[in-house]
Every structure is written in C-alpha cells, then in structure tokens.
Design a protein around this ligand. Structure first.
Ligand code: C5P
Length: 241
C-alpha cells in the first residue's frame, strides 16, 4: 500500500480504561497513524473508545479477531463498518464462507453509507502457536509456514484485504499473495530495546524492508520514559536505509 511512514505505524492501546487510552491518543496522535483497540480495552470500555478516536481524527484498528458462523461474523462486520473503523480482523480458520460473508457485508454496508471500506485482515496462525502445538494440539501435520501461506491464500480468495503475520512470514506471504495484499505485523522491537515477552522479533527497518505495510508496536512506545520521543525514534528507524 502507498502510505507515509506515520500512516504505517500502529500503536497497540493495550490499556484497561478509557482515561489511559485517551491520554495516549492525545500524546501520540501526531506520531502514530493507527490506534489498535484489542479485546482488553474493548471489553472494558466498548465502542466509546472508537468514538473518541473518530472525534479526534485518529484511525482505528479494531483487533477483535471475529471467529464465528458466517452470518454472525457478517453482522459484526456491518457494525464495525458503521462505526467507522479503518481496519478490523477475523480468524482465517473460520473458513472461506465466513471470510467471504464478512467481506461482502463490509462492502455492502460501506457502499450504502458512502464511506470508505475498512480493510479486513485475516489472522492466520497466532504467533503463540509453534510447530509442536500445530501438530499435537490442533492436529495439523504440516509445516507451520506452509499452513500460514495456505490460510493467507484462502483469505485472499475470500476477498480479504490482507493478513496479520509474524515478521518471519512476510516474505513467503508477499510472494504467494502479491504486492497489493496488505501485511500487518506485530513482534517489532527497535534496535537495542527489550524484547519483553516477544520471542521472534524484528526491527522496524527490517520489517519494512521485507515488505510489511503496517507495524504494530505497543510496549516500546507505551512504556517508554518519553513515548513521543520513542515514537519519533521508531519513525526514523522505519525511514532509514
Ligand atoms: O507491546 P507489544 O509491541 O509486544 O504489542 C504487540 C501487540 O500486537 C499486542 O497488542 C499483541 O496482542 C499484538 N499481537 C502480537 N502478536 C500477534 C498478534 C497480535 O503481539 N501474533
């Protein structure tokens, strides 16, 4: 996607209340392109966080990973579209019909309202799933990367705009799904910073060079002594060659 560096930076608003979210948005709106609202904040505060961001001109990634029967997911997709989010996501393991229902409902709703269609991203395999869990617990006897690419291709065929992927998977997904397929990646750590609990990390520059469209970053900005400076540093790293 053709985006500015700022537009590619997604801040994970992993906080438990409205006030903390609002403070982060006020502080970082000029340095971050998209704010990610996940299940913790959404369960605590609901749609009012989305409305607050809309009022302040901030773009929202609603990270609720819908996974249900096609009709239920389509109805949730309609509501997400009406609320004006920029990106939302679904689990690709919900299957082709579920993803297609979400894509169609989103298109129809945005056309009817005359608003920009949100980007729908598919979650392939969670990065907490490793080869052993995939085989022993989920019962899929395939190489993990192969399964990720399989699900990314299924998402594309069903009409999704892209996927959420680990930085390690960017290259193969880009090759299999083409230039226009959107890739958003977490697990990013600026050079020389703590990896927290992330195991397979990459620097902002590496991920951009590999072809990521959006980078999701949380703790390295939120927990920094000066979050604005941390965001500026990351933007600089994303741009550097
Ligand atoms: O604080 P940190 O930069 O690790 O935050 C990353 C964000 O991306 C968190 O909201 C986390 O839930 C999310 N995420 C992730 N790995 C995935 C999918 C989402 O870290 N595979």
């Amino acid at each position: 996607m053709q985006l500015t560096t700022k537009e590619r930076l997604v801040l994970a608003l992993d906080v438990d209340n409205f006030k903390k979210a609002e403070e982060l948005v006020s502080k970082l709106n000029n340095y971050v392109g998209v704010f990610k609202i996940g299940s913790q904040l959404f369960t605590a505060e609901g749609a009012k966080v989305v409305n607050m961001l809309n009022e302040r001109g901030g773009k929202v990634f609603l990270d609720l990973k819908f996974h249900d029967i096609p009709n239920t997911v389509a109805r949730a997709a309609e509501v997400a579209t009406k609320s004006g989010v920029y990106i939302f996501n679904v689990h690709t393991s919900g299957g082709y019909e579920m993803m297609k229902a979400a894509a169609e409902a989103t298109k129809k709703t945005s056309l009817a309202l005359g608003i920009r269609k949100p980007l729908i991203l598919g979650v392939t395999l969670l990065t907490s799933i490793n080869q052993e869990i995939l085989e022993k617990e989920i019962g899929i006897k395939k190489r993990l990367e192969e399964q990720v690419v399989h699900l990314a291709k299924l998402a594309k065929a069903a009409g999704l705009d892209g996927v959420v992927a680990s930085p390690r998977e960017i290259k193969e997904i880009r090759k299999a799904c083409g230039e226009n397929f959107v890739i958003l990646t977490p697990g990013i750590r600026p050079a020389g910073k703590s990896s927290d609990d992330q195991k397979r990390i990459m620097t902002p520059r590496e991920a951009i060079k590999l072809g990521a469209d959006f980078l999701v970053i949380g703790r390295p900005i939120r927990n920094a002594f000066n979050p604005v400076e941390a965001a500026k540093e990351i933007l600089k790293e994303m741009e550097g060659d």
